[in-house]
Ligand binder design. Structure first.
Ligand SMILES: NC(=O)C1=CN([C@@H]2O[C@H](COP(=O)(O)OP(=O)(O)OC[C@H]3O[C@@H](n4cnc5c(N)ncnc54)[C@H](O)[C@@H]3O)[C@@H](O)[C@H]2O)C=CC1
Ligand SMILES: CC(C)CC(=O)C(=O)O
Ligand SMILES: [Mg+2]
Length: 348
């Protein structure tokens, strides 16, 4: 992979998306690698201009790349859900990103709101299912706009979909020193879906006798994230629970500006997509206030995914060193200055 140029599709998106993506690309450039970047004009501006979210022809072009770097989508000027479903979720679903990989890690030097918590206490890998659950879009509305309106939003869980993500999570757990996997769900109430998830984890666990397996209801898991984060190593969970607990994970591990993610298609049949966990943050867009670190760490995940482990470690180390030096001084730098500092370290 390293010998030829990497074809990278870039979807900067909305709000702070373009600001943080610029810094992610700056860090990639600092590695001195051959990267063919194709920028895609997708997001609120295109929707206003053309009414399009993700035309089929653009999706077909994006498929021809090795990976995708995405900033964030969503804008207050566009009805909620239009871009989130029509662009972001469409990319995840069409490219079959069934693993949404979200490390939750407290880096040395980073302040956590949790008392007496050391970096070794917060080191988890959340494996969130990416193509099913309540995000699948099943449901509908009856008698809309009347006092008798009924809205349903169903959670789709298939044996195939659950098993493949659970297997992926076990593989991840097997590679980590603690070898522990926790299923997070709500199987005491969501009895149909929860039962499928629990039975699947039990069945796959039989093939991994060295892995300690446990279970936490999602409500209790949110409490443990704050009170005993050291309980968790690898977490496997559904699309919605994974979305929610990883914002909480970001908060306990130093803030949403540090949380990275990868939407992975482990089969390699389509490009995987890397993006910060955060959204388009319209409240700070255009002000140079966004922390680009989450995007830069997502670039490290992208490099790792492409088999460029040395380059990935270089980027991650540059971020780790920057975080130690930062010591709470984030507000003193703009988005661009933070990107410059990290890129300089990468360039060495
Ligand atoms: N993957 C994506 O494209 C996502 C898109 N969204 C969309 O983004 C829009 C805003 O959603 P919100 O719920 O407000 O979530 P958000 O993550 O954009 O912002 C939540 C809070 O975190 C802050 N924040 C986010 N990223 C930051 C960064 N890099 N540095 C410093 N502060 C940061 C924001 O200023 C805001 O106060 C909505 O349209 C939403 O649908 C939300 C989450 C993910
Ligand atoms: C905007 C949503 C579709 C997704 C989201 O919040 C996320 O993936 O973290
Ligand atoms: Mg989210």
């Amino acid at each position: 992979m390293a010998s030829r140029s990497i074809r990278l599709a870039v979807v900067a998106g909305d709000g702070i998306g373009p600001e943080v993506v610029a810094e992610g690309l700056k860090v990639l450039d600092a590695l001195g690698m051959k990267i063919e970047q194709t920028p895609y004009d997708l997001g609120a501006a295109r929707w206003h201009r053309t009414g399009e979210t993700l035309p089929d022809s653009v999706l077909a072009e994006i498929r021809q790349h090795d990976a995708i770097l995405l900033g964030a989508v969503g804008d207050p000027s566009v009805p909620s859900g239009v871009l989130e479903r029509g662009l972001l979720l469409r990319l995840r679903f069409e490219l079959d990103h069934f693993v949404n990989l979200r490390p939750v890690r407290l880096y040395p030097g980073v302040e956590t709101p949790l008392a007496d918590t050391r970096p070794e206490d917060i080191d988890m890998l959340v494996v969130r299912e990416g193509t099913e659950g309540p995000y699948a879009g099943a449901g509908g509305v009856l008698r809309k706009g009347t006092p008798q309106e009924v809205a349903t939003q169903e959670s789709l869980n298939t044996a195939f979909g659950v098993e493949r993500v659970v297997r992926y999570a076990f593989e991840q757990a097997a590679r980590r020193p603690r070898k522990k996997l926790t299923l997070v769900h709500k199987n005491n109430v969501l009895t149909y879906a929860g039962d499928l998830w629990s039975r699947t984890v039990d069945a796959v666990a039989a093939e991994y006798p060295d892995i300690e397996v446990d279970y936490s209801h999602v409500d209790a898991a949110t409490m443990f994230f704050v009170s005993q984060p050291e309980r968790f190593d690898v977490i496997v969970t559904d699309n919605l629970f994974g979305d929610i607990i990883t914002d909480l994970g970001a908060a306990v591990a130093g803030g949403i500006g540090l949380a990275a993610s990868g939407n992975i298609n482990p089969t390699g049949a389509a490009p995987s997509m890397f993006e910060p966990v955060h959204g388009s943050a319209p409240d700070i867009a255009g002000q140079g206030k966004a922390d680009p670190t989450a995007t830069i760490l997502s670039v490290a995940l992208l490099l790792d995914h492409l088999g460029l482990a040395d380059e990935a470690r270089k980027v991650e180390q540059a971020v780790a060193d920057d975080l130690i030096e930062r010591q709470g001084a984030w507000a003193a730098r703009s988005t661009r200055e933070a990107g410059d500092d990290i890129a300089e370290r990468v360039a060495g």
